[in-house]
Design a binder for this molecule. Structure first.
Ligand code: ATP
Length: 492
């Protein structure tokens, strides 16, 4: 799968645009267009439904982006949220020292009279055997020694730009949950184990943003802090270790449930030297992105680090009263943390297909029906017939009350189907002459429309009054096979 294909589809069909494009663009920020915002909202809504609404042990939160600067001192972000940065002395480009060998590198090979080669990531030159030491982009410049660069964006709260007013744009949503731990405890009275979920923007001044929306400077996270009593045992294991494994399984299964192929997902266990300063164990769920296996989300056991740090810095007690043991404890926390944008990119890549249909190429996004940005497209077969257009317009209005439904009459029916396939619309409805009849000839219509299913391209003929119930079935738990057994096929 080529990233350029998805980038071009996203721009052409209104999923994702470069931010501030008319001013030359900001390299590291992206805007979600009309279809992108629907897809993104669907991802967030499904994640919230499955992880909050359906679970008795979860509640939600929406904390502010700007927080007290002490939050970031206590959490360790001021001192530790850094990446090692190097500069090329020649071309002045900047790189993350730990990612220098993750991409191909430019090499002027001495064994071939200085010929220029692009050598694959991490490999030596096959002519001279040299490994990369110079700048991977220009192939000529020496690199400076690494310096630690803090990724938090600084800003000022209030009208005076002075150090006392300085704070940060949050680099993760998690801290908003930790500092509200006691508020949730007192207001909702949950019993351990329980979790608090949050979806929201995060900001990181990444040294090398890139790979489209995979790494940007403004992005969205879906995070859970799941609090457990570390003294409890579940199935013979410490509760935090048990729940860590449970959440890894739940998170991976969620991506598969909404259509990601299992073979495109794998787990990466962090080695001791890779673990963040707060983590006892971290497992990443990796996706096979076009640039290689890369992190889709991480699930960390953050122990009691954050609650203890905030209790110490704020002077407020952040404990839970264990009724059984009659003691105050500081819970351990398991943190499943996913990027909305990375999930969206992976869902798009996984759904993209180029197929051949009767000698023609068809591009189709085989998105899960609950993810599809548009659920139903209503298409008039002839836009010159006012009765057809009026019926199609009425149908769109009725169905739009329950599902994202669009009307399109800007091309012939073949083109219209292809356009909907390309954006993943699971169902198209066609209104034709048979539906409305011909008043000039005194012919009544049959008030039936054709429904076409995206993946099989099969078509059935359905009476208009039955449409809402039928789509409740098709866009709910029903299957196309069950529905086609009840209605006559229409000719493709
Ligand atoms: P990476 O190693 O890729 O920089 P990370 O380990 O720093 O990621 P976390 O701090 O674990 O990332 O953040 C949790 C999730 O937030 C990531 O798995 C990813 O989905 C998302 N995320 C993090 N940074 C970015 C970014 N710059 N752009 C888009 N999504 C991001």
């Amino acid at each position: 799968m080529n990233m350029d294909v998805i980038v071009s589809l996203c721009k052409r069909r209104g999923f994702i645009f470069q931010s501030s494009e008319i001013y030359g663009g900001t390299g590291s920020c992206w805007d979600y267009g009309p279809l992108g915002v629907e897809l993104k909202n669907n991802i967030k809504r499904l994640w919230w439904r499955d992880n909050v609404q359906l679970r008795p042990d979860m509640v939600g939160l929406d904390a502010s982006i700007l927080m007290h600067p002490s939050v970031w001192k206590a959490s360790g972000h001021v001192d530790h949220f850094t990446d090692p940065m190097v500069d090329c002395r020649e071309c002045k480009r900047r790189f993350r020292a730990d990612q220098l060998d993750e991409g191909p590198w430019l090499h002027f090979c001495p064994a071939t009279k200085g010929n220029k080669f692009t050598v694959p990531a991490g490999e030596p030159c096959k002519h001279c055997g040299a490994r990369r030491t110079l700048c991977p982009e220009c192939g000529k410049g020496e690199l400076t020694a690494p310096r630690q660069f803090n990724l938090m964006f600084k800003t000022f709260m209030g009208p005076v730009e002075e150090d006392a007013a300085m704070t940060y744009l949050r680099p993760e949503t998690a801290q908003g949950i930790f500092v509200n731990f006691d508020n949730v405890l007192q207001s909702m009275r949950p019993k351990l184990p329980f979790g608090i979920a949050q979806i929201g923007k995060a900001f990181r001044n990444e040294i090398t943003p890139g790979n489209f929306i995979f790494r940007s400077r403004e992005f969205e996270q879906m995070e859970i802090e799941y609090f457990v009593n570390p003294r409890d045992r579940v199935e013979g294991r410490a509760a935090d270790e048990y729940w860590h494994d449970r959440w890894i399984d739940v998170c991976e299964a969620w991506f598969v449930r909404y259509g990601m192929a299992g073979e495109n997902l794998k787990r990466h266990e962090h080695a001791a030297d890779e673990l963040a300063h707060y983590a006892k164990r971290t497992v990443d769920i990796m996706y096979r992105f076009p640039m290689g296996w890369s992190e889709l989300m991480g699930i960390a056991n953050r122990t009691d680090f954050d609650l203890k740090q905030h209790a110490q810095t704020s002077g407020k007690s952040l404990t839970y009263f264990d009724e059984e043991r009659k003691e105050h404890i500081v819970p351990f926390v398991i943190e499943p943390s996913a990027g909305v944008d990375r999930a969206l990119l992976a869902f798009l890549l996984d759904a993209y297909r180029e197929e051949e249909v009767r000698g023609d190429k068809r591009v189709v996004l085989r998105l899960h029906r609950e993810l599809a940005p548009v659920k139903i497209a209503v298409l008039p077969l002839l836009k010159k017939r006012p009765e057809i257009v009026a019926t199609a317009g009425e149908l769109r209005a009725t169905l739009a009350r329950e599902w994202t439904t669009v009307y399109d009459d800007t091309a012939g029916i073949g083109r219209l189907y292809r356009r909907q396939d390309e954006v993943g619309t699971p169902y198209c409805i066609t209104v034709d002459v048979q539906t409305v009849g011909d008043p000039d000839k005194g012919e009544a219509g049959d008030r039936r429309v054709t429904i076409r299913e995206r993946d099989s391209m099969e078509q059935i003929r359905v009476p208009i009054p039955e449409l809402p119930a039928l789509f409740r079935e098709l866009l709910g738990e029903g299957t196309w096979a069950a529905v086609t057994a009840r209605y006559p096929r229409a000719n493709a």
